[in-house]
Design a protein around this ligand. Structure first.
Ligand code: NAD
Length: 459
């Protein structure tokens, strides 16, 4: 059967299943979340092996993927309170009615994922979709082929496809899915494909969550604790060989501490990965030859002052720092998404802020400084998906901070309660009674203007 027909049939089955109302039952949702948790626990080894095969990810970093279990735990714990209708006040003109806000599932949702954290970025949104009572179709990235298989097997093993299904495949599969009508599309990937997804969704007026990328700046003032700053930057940049959507993309450093900071970054890279990171068991590889070639070209920009070594056969690029880079260099024109850190300098914080604001709003913004007034200056004068002060990447962790972009770095957010909200419609319900029927709103209006004016406007 052609792929488009298969996809169509699958969606029909899910629509029928959704129509039975089973997914609206809170106990059903809780059971499914428990099943999801169990299958993750049972398949930890497969997940670790999958990301090892795709990205040479060390076991330690593989647990960043398996951390989805804490999303499941959090959802199970709060499911009852999240799903409860919330009573709200009514206004005087609504008297004697009562009002509440009732979360309801959207229906059939599509979740499309990228290759860089290929398990977590599929499963974390799924937690929200299940908790909110939806059916879901997952499309993992074909580029992380091994993990895609693991995800598909786990989903097949755990859920009836009429409820939750995984569809493996590349661009054509994605397009076949996008040609169908969904009730929500949750997309994680690049900005360009995000536009394609939004365009397809617009045809059916399907709402979208777009978790995109961009160039996340890392600004460093001169008053910092230098060693911790360098360590946290090197860690956030070089985990997963820089293939992290919120990795610091480039460094904007106060001129007077640039050399000291770079020296410390060098020391920390060595401390993490040894003299030759190619031999380190803790350093990842670039996902594909295509990405390798794209990144290797950036090494022509500026001057390599740390790293710079490559091995195409192994898709290895050393943790690299580029000095003497200008804003016009190709490395500053697109998201790097690899282990290359260009360094630019500034004299005055206002100047750094202007440079950031002259570019699309980033997914993350990192600012290192002890000075509260400067922290405030950055928070008030820039816009980004999230901000992390005096650290990198950690804003993604945990279930309490919603995660998402703004402007070109995306729209919508998830994690914890935000995931439930993303996959829910908050239905407003007003309930009147029959014990009284005030005549005020009905014609004839003669003699009532004074009162209606008072009630509606307070004037
Ligand atoms: P991508 O946009 O190339 O692919 C993402 C998904 O879209 C894949 O499943 C792919 O099969 C599908 N796709 C590709 N081309 C398509 C097309 N023409 N039509 C329909 N679907 C298509 O992204 P990627 O290379 O997998 O991931 C890298 C990007 O993702 C980076 O920009 C990164 O910043 C971003 N990202 C963002 C987040 C976040 O949470 N905001 C997380 C991880 C990655």
């Amino acid at each position: 059967m052609p792929e488009s027909l298969q996809v169509e049939k699958l969606i029909q089955q899910q629509r029928q299943f959704f129509a039975t109302g089973q997914t609206k039952n809170v106990n059903f949702r809780r059971e499914q979340l428990q099943r999801l948790k169990q299958v993750i626990i049972d398949h930890q080894g497969d997940i670790i092996a999958g990301v090892k095969a795709d990205l040479n990810r060390p076991e330690f970093e593989a647990y960043f993927e398996i951390a989805s279990v804490s999303e499941v735990n959090y959802a199970i714990k709060h499911l009852k309170s999240w799903t409860k209708p919330k009573k709200v006040r009514t206004s005087l003109d609504q008297f004697p009615a009562s009002a509440q806000i009732c979360p309801e599932p959207l229906g059939i949702v599509l979740i499309i994922g990228p290759w860089n954290y290929p398990f977590q970025l599929m499963i974390s949104p799924l937690v929200g979709a299940i908790a909110a009572g939806n059916c879901a179709i997952l499309k993992p990235s074909e580029i992380a082929a091994n993990t895609s298989k693991v995800v598909a097997n786990m989903i097949r093993e755990t859920f009836d496809p009429a409820y939750i299904a995984a569809v493996e495949g590349g661009v054509e599969t994605s397009q076949a899915l996008l040609a169908q009508k969904f009730d929500h599309i949750f997309f994680t990937g690049g900005t360009k494909i995000g536009q394609i997804v939004m365009e397809a969704a617009a045809k059916n007026l399907t709402p979208v969550t777009l978790e995109l990328g961009g160039k996340s700046p890392c600004v460093v003032e001169s008053d910092v604790q230098l060693d911790y700053t360098a360590k946290r930057i090197a860690w956030g940049k070089f985990i997963n060989a820089g293939q992290t959507c919120i990795a610091p993309d480039y460094l904007l450093v106060k001129r007077e501490i640039k050399n000291d900071l770079l020296e410390k970054i060098k020391e920390n890279i060595q401390a993490f990965y040894g003299e030759n990171p190619e031999k380190s068991p803790d350093y990842c590889r670039i996902i594909s030859p295509r990405q390798f070639d794209r990144l290797a070209d950036f090494l022509q920009n500026g001057k390599v002052i740390i790293g710079g070594q490559t091995n195409p056969e192994d898709q290895y690029i050393a943790p690299t720092v580029l000095d003497q880079v200008s804003w016009d260099d190709p490395v500053m024109q697109e998201e790097i998404f690899g282990p290359i850190l260009p360094v630019l300098e500034y004299n005055d914080l206002g100047e750094a802020i202007s440079q950031i604001n002259a570019r699309p709003k980033p997914l993350a913004l990192y600012f290192f400084s002890k000075d509260k007034a400067k922290q405030q200056q950055v928070l008030q004068n820039t816009s980004s998906g999230g901000v992390c002060l005096n650290d990198t990447v950690m804003q993604f962790s945990g279930t309490y901070l919603p995660f998402g972009g703004v402007g070109e770095s995306g729209m919508g957010s998830y994690h914890g309660k935000a995931s439930f909200d993303t996959f829910s419609h908050y239905k407003s319900v007003l309930k009147n009674t029959f014990w009284i029927d005030l005549q005020l709103r009905y014609a004839p209006y003669k003699g009532k203007v004074y009162l209606i004016k008072k009630i509606l406007t307070g004037l």
